[in-house]
Design a protein. Structure first.
Length: 243
């Protein structure tokens, strides 16, 4: 049996009207699209950020790409506006969701990048972009990149750590969202064999994967990172899933 190909992404929109019957396709992608968020200044700059993984005909990467939607009718989106903000190798448990915090920073999720049991041992490896929540400043790019690292990120002064890191020790944080009233950031994460998880995103947190699956031991022979483990806010066991 050959590899299973999941559907690629499409960006669609529809008129905000009760009798709407069709959606317009603005753009199609070679990647699987995992997340979309609008820049806080979208009304004037038209920036939209898309998290995805692909393509199928080359080495897969999870990436965040910015597109610009025109500010005049018919409000089209042109492929020529494509700007890759950040990307990394990933082929399984890709993360790839995005949200802007109330602080104006872009938060990006990354999974461990493999298909099973953290084969790359990335979960507690602070030198990689994988298995993390990243926090970047897309409004002040520097150093030849399309972003800069905020000075108040928790690991900017720790050697051999990717300074984009906001939190780490995640298997597949496939959903992330910002509570606009409280400013809290929450993520949903796929566990390995037994658990599904929801986490409050905390600055500098170590969420334990792959030594732990949620609050439960997974592979205690692996080495924990230098920070204490923060267990999930909510855990849902697979045995309670609807059948």
């Amino acid at each position: 049996m050959g590899p299973v190909r999941m559907g690629t992404g499409k960006l669609k929109r529809f008129v905000d009207r009760p009798d709407v019957s069709e959606a317009e396709t603005l753009m199609e992608f070679d990647d699987i699209v995992y997340g979309l968020t609008f820049h806080p200044g979208f009304r004037t700059n038209g920036f939209v950020y898309i998290g995805s993984n692909g393509p199928y005909n080359a080495g897969k990467k999870t990436r965040v790409v910015r597109y610009t939607i025109a500010r005049t009718a018919p409000y089209g989106i042109g492929p020529q506006s494509r700007l890759v903000i950040i990307e990394w190798d990933s082929d399984g448990h890709n993360g790839g969701d995005v949200t802007f915090g109330n602080d104006g920073m872009l938060y990006v999720t990354s999974g461990d990048g493999t298909s099973d049991s953290d084969a790359n041992i990335a979960g507690q490896d602070l030198s990689k972009l994988t298995a993390k929540v990243l926090r970047i400043d897309v409004d002040h790019p520097s150093g030849g990149k399309a972003y800069s690292v905020p000075a108040d990120n928790p690991f900017v002064k720790r050697p051999e750590v990717r300074p984009e890191t906001w939190a780490y020790g995640l298997r597949n944080p496939w959903r992330i969202t910002t509570d606009r009233q409280t400013g809290q950031i929450w993520l949903g994460e796929n566990g390995q064999d037994l658990w599904e998880l929801a986490r409050l995103v905390v600055r500098g947190a170590n969420y334990g994967w792959s030594v732990y699956e949620g609050s439960h031991p997974f592979n205690l022979k692996r080495t924990l990172g230098p920070d204490p483990v923060v267990f999930p806010t909510i855990e849902h066991p697979h045995r309670n899933s609807a059948r």
